[in-house]
Every structure is written in structure tokens, then in C-alpha cells.
Design a protein around this ligand. Structure first.
Ligand code: SF4
Ligand code: SF4
Length: 232
């Protein structure tokens, strides 16, 4: 499946999730940004879409701001969601992800996101029933967590030949024209760029009590021609 087709499918998946999120009763507001930390992770497909947007809007200078962020103060994932699902299905223990500081996202400006329309799924799916600033954490319904996991698995599957990593790392990698060309030809080397390889979806993480409720969302995802062979 070629890259333009993947990007179109990604836009459709985001739209589907935004429709779901619009049905939730949440405390999130446009200028609420406690959840905007340096620890957001994403796929190279999402990173490519963001860089595409920055190039077409003449805003690639934003990468300088990301480069200035200290690399040690952010989360570097060791394992992707689909790999985690596969390990759990095999009864194996996933690696310890460790802990990272919770500094603010390097892009956050006056509690506003300069990439809001093209923000990655890791930012889209962070919602809370109660104001995080008041209670100190996000409060999410178990079903929302299940839906979020299914979308994370689907997006990784769409980018199964790509990589995942921290937001700042992925954007710096994808800001390079040579890396974007390698990615478009499925030859981007994840480990050489300190990213982790994505995996195709083998098993969905859906608790039995959510299977009936999530069925319409799975059907809608299947109607999107998800690149990579099978669908969610
Ligand atoms: S998840 Fe929490 S911090 Fe983020 S917008 Fe919602 S209420 Fe605000
Ligand atoms: S990219 Fe935007 S939405 Fe995501 S954490 Fe940064 S400022 Fe927040």
C-alpha cells in the first residue's frame, strides 16, 4: 500500500476517533494543557503527516524548538502496543518501560497546541472525565481505554513497516528529507534512528465485557481500507 493511501486512511481513522470522542462527557477544554507532556509517543506515519503539514504551512522552523528540548527528559518507549499484545497472548513478560520525567511538550505555547489539527493519536486520545489540574491525574472510563488501545493497535498496524518513538524524536527524524524518502520506500532503519520497529496487529486487546459495545467501532474501522492486509 502506497504512502498517500496510508495517509488518507490515517485521516479517516482520526476522524472516526474524533466522532467517538465527541460523544464522551469530558472536562477537557481548548486551553487545558496539563496532559501536554514531553512523553507523547507516535508512529512514523503520524510524524510524516505532521511534517507534511509543517512544510505546506511554511512552519518547519518549529523543529528548532523541538531540537532544543533536552532528550533525557522524555519517555523513550521500549515496546509498541501490538508487540505488547503479542507478548501477553504468549504469556510472556513485557520489558520494564521505566519512568520518565513529566515535563511539558516542547511545542506547547501559552497552553495552546500549534499542531492541533494534525496532532498525533497519543494527544487525541487523552481525555478525562474530571479536570486533571484539580485531581492530579486523568480519569478515564475503562471502555474509553479499550477503544484507545484498539485505535493505537490499528494505527501501528497501518504503519507496520515503520517505527514508533517519542514525539520529539520522531519529528526530528521525519524532518529530514532523506529520512522521509527512505520511509516512503519502507527502508527507514528504526534502530539506527533510535526508534523501535512497529508490528502488525495479531490480536486485539479487548476485555470480554467490552466486545459487544465496541463492535460498531470495529465495523467502522473495517470499512476504512486499512493498509497492511487485514483490518481491525
Ligand atoms: S486530559 Fe486533563 S489536562 Fe488534558 S485537556 Fe482533558 S482535562 Fe485537561
Ligand atoms: S503536540 Fe500539541 S496536543 Fe500533543 S502534547 Fe504537544 S502541545 Fe499537546
Amino acid at each position: 500500500m502506497d504512502l498517500p493511501t496510508k495517509l488518507t486512511a490515517l485521516g479517516q481513522v482520526f476522524h472516526l476517533y474524533d466522532q467517538f470522542a465527541a460523544t464522551l462527557d469530558v472536562a477537557c477544554k481548548i486551553d487545558c494543557a496539563d496532559c501536554c507532556t514531553a512523553n507523547v509517543t507516535l508512529t512514523t506515519l503520524e510524524g510524516y503527516r505532521i511534517i507534511d503539514h509543517l512544510i505546506s504551512s511554511g512552519n518547519l522552523g518549529i523543529i528548532q524548538k523541538i531540537r532544543a528540548a533536552p532528550p533525557r527528559n522524555r519517555f523513550h518507549p521500549q515496546i509498541t502496543t501490538n508487540r505488547l499484545a503479542a507478548l501477553c497472548a504468549e504469556g510472556r513478560t513485557p520489558p520494564d518501560e521505566g519512568h520518565a520525567a513529566w515535563g511539558p511538550c516542547p511545542l506547547l505555547t501559552s497552553s495552546q497546541c500549534p499542531l492541533y489539527m494534525v496532532r498525533p493519536f497519543g494527544c487525541r486520545c487523552f481525555v478525562s472525565r474530571r479536570d486533571c489540574g484539580e485531581i492530579g491525574f486523568a480519569e478515564m472510563d475503562d471502555f474509553v481505554l479499550t477503544v484507545n488501545t484498539v485505535f493505537l493497535q490499528t494505527i501501528e498496524h497501518m504503519d507496520a513497516r515503520g517505527c514508533s518513538g517519542n514525539f520529539a524524536d520522531i519529528l526530528q527524524v521525519m524532518a529530514s528529507g532523506a529520512n522521509r524518502r527512505a520511509y516512503a520506500h519502507d527502508t527507514l532503519n528504526c534502530s539506527a534512528n533510535r526508534l523501535i520497529p512497529n508490528h502488525p496487529l495479531k490480536i486485539l486487546i479487548i476485555p470480554p465485557q467490552h466486545r459487544a459495545k465496541i463492535a460498531p467501532i470495529l465495523q467502522a474501522l473495517r470499512r476504512i481500507k486499512v493498509p497492511g492486509g487485514s483490518s481491525a
